[in-house]
Design a protein around this ligand. Structure first.
Ligand code: GLC
Length: 481
């Protein structure tokens, strides 16, 4: 069987900060089930799941980064229940920390550039060993964005030169751009290729990946279209490379996200009785958080970052509740301290209508997917978005801004679609939809029919896993012909 290796900085359940972790943790499993052997390598962080695993050291060596000798080893997780082989790059002094990207005060690590370069170089050195060499290399986001350049233009990795290399953009907002003064951390290469690293006079990981990868994809077709048409500094580059760009919609792991077996919800789905499933889980939430009874319950789950629009949501809740709309909200997330304060402020003012859960907690999130009536996603941009897919699987109606992957997955209920679509993010767009929420909530038959409809949709990874495999095969053919 041909083999692909996914190179990334997150992989659920080992290490997850967001959707990237969900994707890298699930896609390979479905590729293995579809006839393409898939493996994953991520850095070895000092995180609980990783520490608990029994690991076998399969390779060790060192690299010289800007005159510093960095020792590393590659460890393979024994006892595979994940559905794919998972490796960790244990790079001393760089990744053996208790978090993925940020200090506990929320600030990024000062040595981010060096960390990312040492990870990319260690992995390529290991993959250059015949026994571990894959047929296809698949990199995810800017943290692995220099790999396409390195495999093709650095003599250190000449053995990987002809391997098709695919680059997936999960979030095009982060570029991994840094000053040329870090150039000495890169492996050997002929300086005449400097242009392939550069964008706006910086070493630009994302731009370099777009230039050098054999194929570039985003995690939904619509998001690719959006960034080709409008994306600040990189627009001309996307335009120039658009022939090798495409969009492949993410899926969800429907074995892990299964309301019939989910141990973290208050109550499991029995047969296909979504009516009971929803009411049992909602009642438990209403009781636990002492919410006003018999009202629609809207949830929000996500990072408090500009992208996700939690600030706009807060504003709209204030307006809705002060104009006496009878809706409850539960907000689960953390991040931007100003937004955290806003959410807490709302909950202080409306303690029985707004619940603020300032944290990231998988188990609480699952209770919200199961128990809320609606899930709100007012993202300013969204490469794919997974929460709307999780929500629908648990019979929760999504309310989404009409952009990115949200547009590809949720059409408006009035057009026979899956949820409620926010045409814009102005206060009136929210208020108009809050009114539709209360109307829909009162129309029990329509509500139940909608729940039935969305809970039966199939967003399993199978389809997307096959699309990626076709892509790999297309490029593998090019190598052999
Ligand atoms: C990022 C994007 C999100 C996407 C996820 C997985 O977190 O913001 O839209 O679903 O990556 O690809």
């Amino acid at each position: 069987m041909p083999k692909v290796i996914h190179i990334a900085t997150e992989c659920y359940p080992a290490a997850k900060a967001g959707g990237l972790g969900d994707v890298v943790g699930a896609l390979p499993k479905y590729q293995n089930q579809n006839g393409f052997s898939a493996e994953v390598i991520i850095p070895q962080y000092n995180l609980p799941w990783i520490s608990e695993q029994t690991k076998e050291k399969v390779y060790s060596s060192s690299i010289s980064v800007d005159n510093e000798t960095i020792h590393f080893s590659i460890n393979k997780v024994i006892d595979q229940t994940l559905g794919y082989a998972l490796y960790f790059a244990d790079i001393k002094g760089k990744f053996d920390r208790p978090s993925i990207y940020l200090h506990s005060d929320g600030k990024g690590f000062a040595d981010e550039v060096e960390r990312n370069i040492s990870f990319q170089r260690s992995v390529l050195q290991w993959l250059s060993v015949e026994k571990y060499s894959p047929d296809v290399i698949h990199c995810h986001d800017h943290m692995t964005g220099l790999i396409p350049f390195m495999t093709q233009y650095s003599p250190d990795y000449h053995k990987l030169k002809d391997k098709p290399i695919i680059f997936t953009i999960h979030n095009g907002q982060y570029h991994g751009a840094f000053d040329w003064k870090h150039k000495n951390q890169l492996p050997n290469y002929d300086l005449k290729h400097n242009g392939l690293l550069d964008w706006d006079n910086q070493i630009h990981s994302l731009a370099s990946a777009i230039k050098c990868a054999w194929h570039v994809n985003t995690v939904s077709p619509n998001y690719m279209q959006e960034i080709i048409e409008n994306s600040d500094t990189l627009q001309s580059l996307y335009h120039q490379e658009k022939e090798k760009c495409s969009g492949i919609l993410n899926g969800i792991d429907d074995q892990i996200w299964n309301p019939a077996t989910d141990e973290m919800t208050y109550s499991k789905l029995k047969g296909s009785n979504f009516k009971n499933f929803k009411s049992e889980n909602k009642n438990a939430l209403v009781q636990e958080y002492n919410l006003v009874r018999r009202r629609p319950l809207i949830g929000f789950i996500g990072r408090f970052a500009h992208q996700k629009g939690a600030d706009l949501l807060c504003h709209s809740i204030e307006e809705a509740l002060s104009s006496n709309l009878k809706i409850n909200f539960i907000i689960l997330g953390s991040g931007d301290k100003i937004i955290e304060q806003k959410v807490k402020g709302l909950s202080d003012k409306y303690p029985r209508e707004v619940i603020a859960l300032i944290m990231y907690n998988e188990s609480v999130a699952r209770k919200l997917y199961a128990g809320c009536d609606f899930m709100m996603m007012p993202s300013r941009f969204e490469p794919c978005g997974l929460n709307q897919l999780f929500a629908m699987r648990y019979g929760t109606i999504p309310i989404v801004h009409e952009i990115g992957g949200l547009k590809d997955t949720v059409r408006d209920i009035d057009d026979g679609g899956e949820g409620l679509v926010l045409k814009g993010l102005k206060p009136e767009d929210f208020l108009y939809n809050y009114k539709r929420v209360t109307e829909l909530y009162q129309n029990r038959t329509r509500l139940q029919n909608q729940i039935k409809f969305i809970s039966q949709l199939n967003y399993s990874w199978n389809k997307s896993a096959q699309e990626y495999i076709s892509l790999y095969k297309r490029y593998l053919k090019k190598v052999t012909t």
